[in-house]
Design a protein around this ligand. Structure first.
Ligand code: ARG
Length: 699
C-alpha cells in the first residue's frame, strides 16, 4: 500500500465545542465545566501553527455534543489509504464514531470495522515504530487486547501488545512515544513487568529515554514528533537536556486546557501519513484460544482462580458463555476466549489452565504434538510439564491415558503401541517421542462428588488445634479400612517423631500392620536406634525430658554400632536391636528407604547417598499407596508429594503451620494438614485405633 503523496499530513479538529462535560478518566475529575473555551482555542491555534509550519494539517468539523472530538488521535488508526475505525469504550465517545467515519469516507479511505464488542481507540492506543518495523499497541483500559490480532491482519504488520496499569495513563500515547531514529520516550511505571521486558527487548538501552512522574503528569510523552522536532506541552529542564543530547529540539506549547480532559499535543492530532517499511510478513504475535471449564466452578473457587491466573500471566479473557449449575450437584460449564500477547505466552497460560482441568474444545481432532529427543536426558524445549492429575494425550485420533502420573516430568509416547507415560527429564532417551505444546492434552481434574464426601475433613485444608481429634478419628477409620482391604498406607517421617515421643506409637502402627512402607532420611533411623540402645534422642532422655551426661555421644556410638553389625537388619538378627520403629520394620518385613543428605552423620549402611537412586527407591515404595502420613519432615514429604499422583490421600502433620500449608496445598481435595505436635498426634491415633478395635472385638 502506498501513501499516494510524500507530504506529511495530520488531522485536527477545532475546539469550537470543546468542554469537559463528563468524567471518563482521572484527569477529568474536578474539571467538569472548568475549562476556558477561549484559552483552549488559543492553545489549539498555537499548536496548529507549529504543526502547520512543518506539515499539512487537515480538519474535521467540530460538532456539538461531542466535546472530545478534538482528540483526533482517537479517530482510528491510519496506514496508507486504510483506516481501522475506533470503537470507543465509553458511550460518551461512541457518538464520535459516525463523524470520523464520514470524514475518512469523504477522503476516499477504506474503512475497516472491528467485530462488534471489540473496543479500540485508534492512534491513542496504537503507535507505529517510527521506522515502520512494527506497531506498539496498548490495552488494559480502553482498547481490548483481542483487537490486536485484527490490526496485525489489516495492516500486515507485527503488533507488540503493551499492558497499561496506571489509570492516569489510560491510552498508550499518554505515556509512550516512539521517536525518530529508533528512540523511544516513555514512562516505564505505566506498564506491567512483562510489557517493560518487551520494550527493553526491542529498544536498546541507548535509545530508551525514560521519564519520571514529574514529566509524566505533564504529558511529556504525549508529544508530536516530526523528524528531529518534538512538540510537547511541557518538559522538565532535565528531560529537555536529555532529549537535546539525543539530537532532538523541543518545542513547548502550553496545552493545559486540554490536560483537564486528559489529553495534550499528540491526542489533538492524528498522523495520516505513516512510514511503513516493506517487510516480510511477520508472524502475528497475539494469539487466542477457546478454553472450556467444567465442574463446580463457583463453589470450588475455580472460576476466580482461573481468571486471576490469566491476568497474572499478562493474558486476557472474554467469557463466551457460562452455564451455572442450578442444584448443588450440578456442574457448571464456562467457555472463555483466552488471548495472550504472544503465542508462547498463551501457551504458558494454557498449560496452567490444562493443569487445572481446562480443555481446549477445538482439540477434538488435534493430536498431541510429538518431538523427538536428540540428547540423552534432555527433553525438546517445548515439552509439556506434567502435573499430578490423571492425564490423557491424543495419539492417532485416540485419547490415551498417561501411565506413571507424577508432576514435573515429560510425557513420553510410544506411537506404535499407543501408550504414554511420565518420564523424568534425566531418563529420556535419544529417539523417544515427547509431547510438546498444549494440543491434544487433557487432565481429569474434577473430583466426582462422591469422592469428595468420602474423606470429608480433607477438603478443608489446614485444621486448627480444636479439630485435631476429629482428624485423628477419620485417619484412624481410614487406616483400619485400608488395612482390612489389604490396601497400602505409607509413612514419611522425620526425627521430630522421636524427639516428641512418638517413636513408640509409630512402632505400634507398624507392628499392628497399618503401615506398608517407611520413607525418611538418615536422622529418623539414627534417632530411633539411639533411643532403642540408650533411651535418649540426641542425648536427651525422653522419659525424663533432661539431657544425659555425655549423652550427645550416644548418637555417634549408635551409628558406629550399626555400622559394626553391617546394618539395621543384622543388628536385629544379632539380638542387639530389640525395640523401636526400625526393629518393627525388620521384624514385619516392612520395606523402608532412607534418603541421604549433605548433613548426615555416618551415614548408616542403609542410607542411600546417591540421591537419584534414593528417588527411585522412594518412587517404588510409593507406588500403589492409597494414603500417606507425612510426619514432620518437610524435605522428604515434598519429595514424596512430587512423585505422587492426585487421588492419593495425604495427611501432613507438623507443628509449623507454614510447612503444613506448603504440603497440603496441592490443589487437590485429598490433602489435609494438621498443625500439631506429631508425638501427640501419634499417641491420639494409636489410642483411637485401639478404641476402635475394642469396639469391634466387643461387638
Ligand atoms: N477525554 C478524552 C478521553 O478520555 C481524552 C482523550 C485523549 N486522547 C488520547 N489520545 N490520549 O477519552
Amino acid at each position: 500500500m502506498t501513501t499516494g503523496t510524500n507530504t506529511l499530513r495530520y488531522l485536527m479538529c477545532p475546539p469550537t465545542h470543546y468542554e469537559v462535560d463528563y468524567i471518563i478518566n482521572p484527569w477529568m475529575e474536578g474539571n467538569v465545566h472548568r475549562s476556558s473555551r477561549e484559552r483552549a482555542v488559543e492553545q489549539w491555534e498555537a499548536l496548529r501553527q507549529i504543526l502547520g509550519s512543518i506539515a499539512d494539517v487537515g480538519l474535521v468539523e467540530a460538532q456539538m455534543g461531542v466535546p472530545d472530538l478534538v482528540f483526533t488521535a482517537n479517530a482510528g488508526l491510519v496506514l496508507g489509504q486504510n483506516v481501522v475505525l475506533s470503537r470507543f469504550f465509553h458511550p460518551e465517545r461512541q457518538a464520535e464514531e459516525p463523524y470520523f467515519r464520514a470524514w475518512f469516507e469523504s477522503q476516499g479511505y477504506t474503512v475497516y470495522d472491528l467485530p462488534s464488542k471489540l473496543t479500540f481507540e485508534g492512534a491513542g492506543d496504537a503507535l507505529f515504530d517510527r521506522e515502520g518495523r512494527w506497531l506498539w499497541a496498548g490495552y488494559g483500559f480502553r482498547s481490548a487486547l483481542e483487537s490486536h490480532p485484527f490490526l496485525a491482519k489489516y495492516f500486515d504488520i507485527e503488533v507488540l501488545s503493551l499492558r497499561l496499569i496506571d489509570s492516569r495513563f489510560y491510552h498508550l500515547d499518554t505515556c509512550f512515544c516512539p521517536l525518530a531514529e529508533g528512540y523511544l520516550l516513555y514512562y516505564p511505571a505505566a506498564f506491567n513487568d512483562i510489557s517493560n521486558r518487551l520494550i527493553e527487548a526491542r529498544v536498546s538501552p541507548d535509545k530508551r529515554i525514560t521519564i519520571g512522574e514529574p514529566d509524566a503528569v505533564y504529558f511529556a510523552c504525549n508529544a508530536v514528533n516530526v523528524e528531529r522536532t518534538v512538540i510537547v506541552n511541557r518538559v522538565t529542564a532535565e528531560l529537555r537536556s536529555r532529549l537535546e543530547g539525543c539530537g532532538f529540539s523541543v518545542r513547548e506549547t502550553p496545552l493545559d486546557e486540554f490536560l483537564k480532559a486528559g489529553g495534550a499535543a499528540k491526542c489533538l492530532t492524528l498522523r495520516l501519513t505513516e512510514p511503513v517499511r516493506n517487510l516480510e510478513m511477520p508472524p502475528v504475535q497475539v494469539a487466542t484460544r477457546l478454553v472450556e471449564l467444567r465442574g463446580h466452578l463457583l463453589d470450588s473457587g475455580m472460576m476466580t482462580e482461573v481468571m486471576d491466573l490469566v491476568l497474572k500471566n499478562g493474558a486476557s479473557f472474554q467469557i463466551q458463555d457460562f452455564t451455572v449449575g442450578t442444584r448443588r450437584q450440578d456442574a457448571s460449564v464456562a467457555r472463555l476466549l483466552v488471548t495472550g500477547t504472544t503465542a508462547e505466552g498463551l501457551e504458558g497460560v494454557l498449560t496452567e489452565l490444562i493443569d487445572r482441568g481446562a480443555v481446549l474444545p477445538e482439540d477434538a481432532t488435534a493430536d498431541a504434538e510429538l518431538q523427538t529427543v536428540s540428547q540423552f536426558g534432555v527433553a525438546p524445549q517445548e515439552f509439556f510439564v506434567t502435573n499430578i492429575y490423571p492425564t490423557e494425550v491424543r495419539i492417532g485420533g485416540r485419547w490415551v491415558r498417561v501411565d506413571n502420573q507424577r508432576m514435573d516430568g515429560a510425557i513420553v509416547v510410544d506411537p506404535v503401541h499407543l501408550s504414554a507415560r511420565c518420564a523424568l527429564l534425566r531418563d529420556v532417551q535419544v529417539g523417544e517421542q515427547v509431547v510438546c505444546g498444549v494440543e491434544g492434552i487433557r487432565t481429569l481434574h474434577q473430583k466426582k462428588h462422591q469422592e469428595r464426601e468420602e474423606f470429608t475433613f480433607m477438603g478443608s485444608g489446614v485444621s486448627s488445634e480444636r479439630r485435631v481429634e476429629l482428624v485423628v478419628e477419620q485417619v484412624a477409620w481410614q487406616l483400619r479400612r485400608t488395612r482390612e482391604r489389604g490396601g497400602k498406607t505409607i509413612v514419611v517421617a522425620g526425627p521430630v517423631v522421636i524427639h516428641t515421643g512418638g517413636g513408640g506409637h509409630l512402632a505400634t502402627l507398624i507392628r499392628e500392620g497399618y503401615i506398608k512402607a517407611l520413607l525418611g532420611g538418615n536422622a529418623i533411623a539414627v534417632h530411633d536406634l539411639e533411643q532403642a540402645f540408650h533411651g535418649t534422642s540426641l542425648g536427651v532422655d525422653l522419659q525424663r525430658g533432661v539431657s544425659v551426661q555425655g549423652g550427645h555421644r550416644h548418637h555417634l556410638k549408635t551409628i558406629n554400632l550399626i555400622r559394626a553389625c553391617g546394618g539395621i537388619a543384622q543388628a536385629v538378627e544379632q539380638g542387639l536391636l530389640r525395640s523401636g520403629i526400625f526393629y518393627e520394620c525388620v521384624r514385619k518385613e516392612i520395606p523402608f528407604a532412607l534418603a541421604g543428605s549433605i548433613r548426615d552423620d555416618g551415614p548408616l549402611p542403609e542410607t542411600q547417598m546417591d540421591l537419584l537412586k534414593a528417588q527411585t527407591e522412594y518412587a517404588e515404595l510409593i507406588e500403589g499407596a492409597e494414603m500417606i502420613l507425612m510426619l514432620s519432615s518437610m524435605l522428604h514429604s515434598i519429595g514424596v508429594g512430587n512423585m505422587t499422583p492426585a487421588g492419593v490421600k495425604m495427611v501432613c502433620v507438623d507443628i509449623n503451620p507454614a510447612v503444613v500449608t506448603k504440603l497440603a496445598d496441592r490443589g487437590s481435595v485429598e490433602s489435609v494438614g494438621v498443625v500439631t505436635d506429631v508425638g501427640l498426634f501419634l499417641s491420639l491415633l494409636v489410642r483411637q485405633l485401639h478404641h476402635l478395635e475394642g469396639d469391634s472385638s466387643a461387638a
